[in-house]
Design a protein around this ligand. Sequence first.
Ligand code: SF4
Length: 345
Amino acid sequence: MPYLTDPRELGSLIGEEPSYRASQLHDWLYKTPVLTAAEMTSLPPGLRASLADRLWPFTVETEQSADAGATRKWLFRADDGMAIEAVLMGYHNRTTLCISSQAGCALACTFCATGQFGFDRHLEAGEIVAQVQYANAWLRANPIEGSPQRVTNIVFMGMGEPLANYDRVRESIRRMIDHIGMGARSITVSTVGIVPGMRRLADEPWQVGLAVSLHAADDELRSSLLPINKRYPLAEVEAAAARYFETKGRRVSIEWTMLAGVNDSVDQAAKLAPIALRLKAHVNLIAMNPTPLSVDQPSPRPVIEAFAAKLDELGVNVTIRNTRGQEIDAACGQLRVRAATANPG
Ligand code: SF4
């Protein structure tokens, strides 16, 4: 399959065709992607036919639209039955794709739909890049009105913890930069605080963004929400984030999912403020998307506003992010929950 093949090995897919066909195929895969091999018009019909069933490393199981067409969510199904989710969000000046890095996740954050299912496997670099190129091919055929007709920003905020799948994620980023032509600064890796991965990422040559999901500002609460905090406590996560900032000259962002009555008190905001100030980090607040497998609920809007006001009063840059695609379960792992609970076993 092309996407499970290193771009440098595309020559093996062209059979007896002359070598320039590999270059043409590379362009179809990475520069001007199309949804079907039949659309690769510069390739001879026989080659197109031989690629027809091998273009994508997954099939599209469901495709849903929300927010008047500005949000699109896909549940892809890999050959081995694994679910892969990606969400495309069109804005007036950018088109952001949220991608998955693992099928499932081992980290079991209490409020996360993906975490409730456990870990299935890592995604290959090709499966990660294919989410991007499927979205790009789809956008070429189905532009979102008022938004760029290509993926301009990528966030590793879908299913899985990207820094727990470091080498494959690293290779996928390399392909996005070297083959698709994306700017490193338009790619953001999100982590719940895998400290060794944060250190490795700081030593990579790219200026990719780093988003650190804190969700709590003391170890006791954080460990109750994110079991990984027992292994990498808050102080270590902060130190790794500070090193990232020093090494890259890029501020990290702090992500905070607002859970009603759990982590949305002004007391938590007051504890978060010094951490954010030390890191010079921007804080993003987002109401939890409810999932059938968690008792947690999103914080009410006035509570989120009070939390943001406290941070602001203490000098922290903060934004309340709007949730996208709630009617299509657009949060991490939710489509998969829906599919699994509709088809138990
Ligand atoms: S929030 Fe992220 S790290 Fe935590 S269980 Fe969900 S996918 Fe894994």
